[in-house]
Design a binder for this molecule. Structure first.
Ligand code: HEC
Ligand code: HEC
Length: 560
């Protein structure tokens, strides 16, 4: 409890600074206000606000304003107007049109206020999948030769045809019964998943500017918008203390991250490979294996990586010089950063096509972007901007399923961001995920506790109620749930405590089933059709004419 005495003044000061900043930023008319506010304000509720509509010269919105303000639990009249008028068959068609126009007008006002462009890739330097380094990266992403025991690859948990993830609540990396079987049906001899967190999508991974991983443990120190960590200010990794630049981190967040699965025993390294040696020794050994030099000589049957690295980087060199762990990271990062899938119906709508969204998706969008006071669900306060994330950490008390990260009295818990910062307010806080392609990136939550979009959406509307009525039967029976009830209760208590402190949290809100369906329709409009098309995804997948430099490229099998 001493903690409160230490923290309260600090939070107060941060909040004050945050408010000042918001005022300043608002005065400058910056489009980035929710993001930059969030970075500096220590997640104070007051500092991150969705601006109230300011549409004095807009008749339609004015008309909507004349209606009584909705109370929480009541269906907000402006948001349901479209349904009601459409249902009223005796109304002349003109009012149906104007009701729809009102929906568009309200939405376009919010889009303008929040400075949305519909496209988070604008202004970024992103590689094409045709880039030779990205092509090399693809082969590296698919090879099991980067697994210590040659049985796990990046694609094991991040398959483009599985939404950039693995379609599982929790992954199985090394030691799987069938290493090439991905997705549902992948099993481990222990009978349980071996990795404690859900594998996030690698799609659009280049859009993160602050941090990656659920707890942000790969973190840009500069956090420059649009830079993906490549702003020259350094990248912090788990191999250095918080706030310090890792001299070995690669050029951007994505490449920096790719060095870490290689050294995680459960994900790729295995438990025998370079046992007892440090992470760097393991990485160097893997590079030597691919290059067939030093410690790695003879570990691959017919190693042909040198030609691939020379083709990729465009010059000849000795294997020792060109097949290094740093070049491997750069190439894998380039491949991942080419996975840009942002062409969705929502973008088309934001960019002017009124017909790109269904009425239901429009109503859902209006809920999503409107603050609670206006009958909305305030989602955009955290899922902000064109990438639908503030890149900050919040407590949601998603049921804590799985083996845990070794936290808590029996090691079954996962303390989230707290593991990195040691700050009490970060207990059980996880990074706000992007919602682009969210329909395809399930199961949802940091541990995949929800296997339906409806489940995760309803959780946000009332976490305590969702936890109390959580349906364990949605989980694969292999998932560890012995400690879920007590660990989740602690996360909920933390959520309540953060609410009491005035930190940014979800508030309880009652929606009709129709409104929940509207929110989901909106979320579905964030899917780029490319990610569900085998043909469109083909450049990111292995093809028949791709070389196999080591006979270990993972040719994916799905369960019968
Ligand atoms: C056994 C499954 C598994 C394998 C293999 C694996 N990953 Fe992951 N990956 C995960 C999990 C789980 C997380 C989330 C971990 C966390 O946040 O603590 C993750 C996180 C990531 C992230 C961060 C995503 C985000 O939104 O923050 C990237 C990028 C990524 N992995 C790329 C890779 C690459 C590149 C490789 C190969 C070098 C790889 N992964 C191998 C399971 C895996
Ligand atoms: C207070 C900040 C906040 C608000 C407000 C918020 N979210 Fe979230 N959302 C998060 C965080 C943090 C997570 C990840 C939680 C975790 O994994 O433990 C998340 C996760 C999600 C996910 C799962 C994504 C995935 O890939 O697993 C969906 C879907 C989602 N939110 C939708 C919504 C919707 C819809 C709303 C409005 C009803 C909303 N969120 C409001 C912070 C927020």
């Amino acid at each position: 409890m001493n903690y409160w005495h230490q923290q309260s003044p600090r939070l107060f000061v941060l909040g004050f600074i945050g408010l000042l900043l918001v005022v300043l930023i608002a005065a400058c008319g910056s489009r980035d206000e929710s993001q930059s506010g969030a970075i500096l304000d220590g997640r104070q509720a007051g500092a991150v606000t969705v601006p109230a509509p300011d549409a004095a010269d807009d008749d339609v919105v004015d008309a909507a304003r004349d209606q009584p303000a909705p109370m929480p639990g009541e269906e907000p009249p402006s948001l349901s107007a479209a349904t009601e008028t459409t249902a009223g068959a005796e109304l002349p068609s003109a009012s149906t049109v104007s009701a729809d126009a009102s929906l568009d007008t309200q939405l376009r006002t919010l889009i303008q206020q929040q400075g949305l462009t519909g496209d988070p890739s604008i202004g970024r330097e992103l590689p094409s999948i045709d880039d030779p380094v990205a092509q090399l990266g693809k082969l590296l992403f698919f090879t099991k030769a980067l697994g210590g025991d040659k049985d796990s690859a990046c694609v094991t948990c991040h398959a483009p045809n599985l939404g950039g993830g693995d379609d599982l609540s929790l992954p199985i990396g090394v030691g799987a019964d069938n290493p090439d079987l991905l997705g549902p049906g992948r099993t481990h001899p222990s009978g349980h998943p071996t990795v404690p967190r859900n594998a996030p999508t690698t799609f659009n991974i280049a859009m993160w500017d602050q941090a990656i991983f659920h707890d942000g443990r790969i973190e840009s120190l500069g956090k420059t918008p649009g830079a993906d960590g490549a702003d020259g200010k350094g990248i912090r990794t788990p191999e250095v203390p918080l706030g310090v630049a890792d001299p070995n981190a690669s050029e951007n967040l994505v490449a920096a991250q790719s060095r870490f699965p290689l050294t995680s025993p459960e994900e790729m390294r295995g438990f025998q490979f370079e046992a007892g040696a440090g992470a760097q020794a393991a990485r160097d050994h893997l590079a030597a294996r691919l290059g067939d030099y030093g410690a790695g000589i003879g570990e691959l049957a017919n190693p042909a990586w040198l030609a691939e690295f020379e083709r990729g980087f465009g010059h000849t060199a000795t294997p020792e010089r060109i097949i290094t762990e740093q070049y491997i990271a750069e190439a894998i990062g380039r491949y991942e950063r080419s996975q840009v899938f942002v062409d969705n119906a929502w973008k088309a709508y934001v960019q002017g096509d009124d017909n790109a969204l269904s009425e239901s998706a429009k109503r859902g969008a209006l809920l999503f972007f409107s603050p609670y006071e206006e009958g909305g669900t305030n989602c955009a306060v955290c899922h902000s901007g064109d990438f639908f994330t503030d890149e900050q950490y919040h407590v949601q008390a998603i049921p804590q399923v799985g083996p845990g990260k070794g936290d808590g009295p029996d090691g079954s818990d996962d303390f989230g961001r707290f593991r990195e910062t040691g700050q009490f307010v970060d207990l059980y806080a996880f990074r706000t995920p992007t919602l682009l392609n969210v329909e395809e990136t399930g199961p949802w939550g940091h541990d995949g506790a929800y296997t339906t979009l409806e489940g995760i959406v309803r959780h946000h509307l009332n976490p305590a109620r969702a936890v109390a009525s959580y349906d364990f039967s949605q989980l694969d029976p292999s998932i560890q749930t012995e400690h879920t009830v007590e660990n989740t209760a602690k996360a909920l208590a933390q959520l309540e405590s953060n609410r009491t402190m005035g930190l940014l949290t979800v508030q309880d809100v009652e929606l009709t089933d129709g409104q929940v369906a509207d929110l989901i329709a909106f979320l579905r409009s964030l899917t780029d059709p490319c990610v569900t098309s085998e043909k469109c995804l083909a450049p990111w997948m292995l093809g028949g004419d791709d070389p196999d430099p080591d006979g270990l490229l993972l040719r994916m099998v799905v369960a019968p």
